[in-house]
Design a protein around this ligand. Sequence first.
Ligand SMILES: [Zn+2]
Length: 249
Amino acid sequence: MLLSLMYHHINCDKFSNELEIFKAHLEYLVDNYNIVIPNDTLSNKQENLCITFDDAYYDFYYYVFPLLKEYNIKAVLAVPTGLIDEQTTASHTQRLSLTHQEIYQEKNYRKFGSFCTWGELKEMSDSGYVVMASHSHKHKDLASSDIDLYQEIVTSKEILEQKLLLPIESFILPFGRYNKDSISLLKEHYKYIFKVGQGINRNFNGVNGLIYRIDGDGVDNIATLFSSKRMIKYKIKSLIKYFYDGIQK
Ligand SMILES: [Zn+2]
């Protein structure tokens, strides 16, 4: 069995956990799960869990990357390639200063350096502790009809591969949204496709090709996410997804 968690920020107002709480999450996860990334062999003795962070904010580089090294575990980072800059002139304090909403207002993220730079992404990728996934190019809803699907799905992968000099095999759906056209293009170009969805997966093939992720933001006590009641709920949801998607095919 494979569980996957979705996070966004550390120490931010929304979509976030405080640093101390996130450390407690990691301690719990390391004690109770076999922490894996795509292409790892899953354990039969222990339950497997994949940690993912969306959007590649600077707070990931600053807070999470050192913790991954400390605990010696790996995580997946979802990168919207069109929002990443080569460099930033913003100070460290500025880069951590904006709320989640403020980051996106009038493209504040460019001025404040809210996302990781390409240099930071390359450093993390080279370390082996962080596996990069495409998170589209402009962080677009892939169910919408007025977007350039090729750019969001294929160009974003090409950019990541050119910058990081590694094959990119994972895609994390922005807003968890897709349609028939986007999913078929995604399946053509990626081995692993993640989405939010409070579900449980048998392995990295996910449920009908989609790996469901449980929301880990704003969770004071992580053990509550894995209570037996919740686990039953995740299993039922995954079964519904399995059969519902099956009918749609
Ligand atoms: Zn996102």
